[in-house]
Design a protein around this ligand. Sequence first.
Ligand SMILES: C[S@@+](CC[C@H](N)C(=O)[O-])C[C@H]1O[C@@H](n2cnc3c(N)ncnc32)[C@H](O)[C@@H]1O
Length: 256
Amino acid sequence: MNHDNLEEYRDADTYDFINGGFEIGGNFYLNLAREYGSPILEIACGTGRITVPMAEQGYNITGVDITQEMLEAARQKATHHGVSVKWVHGDARNLELQRTYRMIFTTGNSFQAFLDRHSQERLLLTVHKHLDSNGVFAFETRNPIMSQLSTSNGKEEDAGAYVNKEGRTVFVTERCLYDHRTQLEHYVTRRRWKTKSSAEESAETRIAIRYVFPQELEALLHYNGFYLEQMYGNFDLSPFQSDSPLMVCVCRKRPI
Ligand SMILES: C[S@@+](CC[C@H](N)C(=O)[O-])C[C@H]1O[C@@H](n2cnc3c(N)ncnc32)[C@H](O)[C@@H]1O
């Protein structure tokens, strides 16, 4: 892979515009916060989609992200909503905040941004180091359903359209290829729109996401110091099944 895998996050406005608000996963993580309390650490917090609403609910929360553009958007959002959040620009694989938290979470399927076992283990070590001994670590990752992984096989396919902030219709196509050897799904997304003067504009981004299989995930957590207390199949707390869309994990710390 010859890119930094962050191209999708350089345009934070588009990210927010497409990925919406608190509704995806927000209540699930908020309910855990109600149970465990502050302080909370959100890893790969992006534009503060969940961080800011949690701060509005009175939680003491820190958001960490590697992409400056996403963090800047998060900062502006917090200011706009009049809430205080501690923002940290950093790499979750290599983080030292010199304190511990009652709850650590990562959402928006950010777990899939850690592309190989080494990165996943560095992330888990960061979590382990920063989690209170009776705290909770929660995250979700997409369930790798074999029949759904990259059915397009690298062909360019229509991925819909949306109207951007300037009122222009943006047409999106995607090329997606799943490599089972690495368990990486590679996406090339092309967005096309017309400017005011009717000139054609386009932008291309590339991203890879890593899939983990259910038993692999359980082993990864086990060998990196976590008990997997619950694995749900979605944010509605439905039990995990072979065809569930997500693996929503609630973990406790195990001594290592
Ligand atoms: C899909 S977005 C999710 C953002 C946010 N959690 C949400 O739910 O909207 C993934 C985020 O992970 C961040 N990220 C990727 N690798 C990271 C790393 N090694 N350390 C910290 N953040 C990382 C990206 O910058 C991006 O903001």
